[in-house]
Write a protein that binds this ligand. Structure first.
Ligand SMILES: [Zn+2]
Length: 218
């Protein structure tokens, strides 16, 4: 697995890391029930702490709306990969590269709980099985709808696709803009971050990796 992180024109190669029990937990998903009333109460407290009046007209329903919104944005914790894929894996003799480009990504950075957004390209070479194309998009959402870092999101998608179809190899590239860099901190409105994860023959075979990155527009 190779993670390449680039911010503007700077390129940093990140050493592959061993995945912890935490990563495995993140990958499998976790299914607690979100206590909407409790979240709404916490948001009301937050409104007070930032200097607002939670009882003024415009904010009266805000705590419930925010709880609803966070329930959706973090729904990845309450879904399982099995239910996301839902049996949409089919026998096929295809051994050429299958590529799905420009899948929209909307995630929340775990450091600031602010959105990041961009697009994802997934490529794989099947052995005997392929996955329904809409399921690739659903796998992206499954891992994006939780607190994330882009690097982990990229590798989780790659591993999920590889495991789902027992692929010879998988490549994933995500390019995203992070609101925590745009709205605050260094306030770099035009910066974006690119991460890639390559597994199997996409990792071991240079020509396969090059074909993937060329088709992905990298
Ligand atoms: Zn951030």
């Amino acid at each position: 697995m190779i993670l390449k992180v680039s911010i503007n024109l700077d390129c940093i190669n990140v050493t592959p890391v061993l995945f912890s029990a935490f990563d495995l937990w993140m990958e499998r998903g976790y299914c607690p029930v979100m206590d909407m009333d409790k979240v709404a109460r916490l948001i009301r407290e937050l409104l007070i702490e930032i200097g607002e009046d939670p009882d003024r007209e415009g904010l009266r329903k805000t705590p419930e709306r925010v709880a609803d919104s966070w329930s959706f944005l973090t729904s990845g914790y309450r879904s399982s990969l099995e239910s996301v894929i839902n049996g949409a894996v089919f026998e096929s003799e295809a051994n050429n590269m299958i590529l799905c480009k420009n899948i929209e990504v909307y995630g929340l950075c775990e450091h600031h709980m602010l959105p990041f957004f961009g697009s994802c390209t997934i490529g794989y070479i099947a052995k005997k099985k392929v996955i329904g194309v809409s399921k690739l998009a659903r796998i992206v959402d499954h891992f994006a709808r939780r607190l994330q870092i882009q690097e982990r999101l990229t590798s989780q998608i790659a591993r999920a696709v590889k495991n789902a179809v027992d692929a010879q190899g998988v490549g994933v590239v995500i390019e995203a803009k992070h609101m925590c860099m745009i709205m605050r901190g260094v306030e770099k409105q035009h910066s974006s971050m690119t991460t890639s994860s390559v597994l199997g023959c996409f990792h071991s075979d240079l020509s396969t990796r090059t074909e993937f990155l060329t088709l992905a527009g990298r």
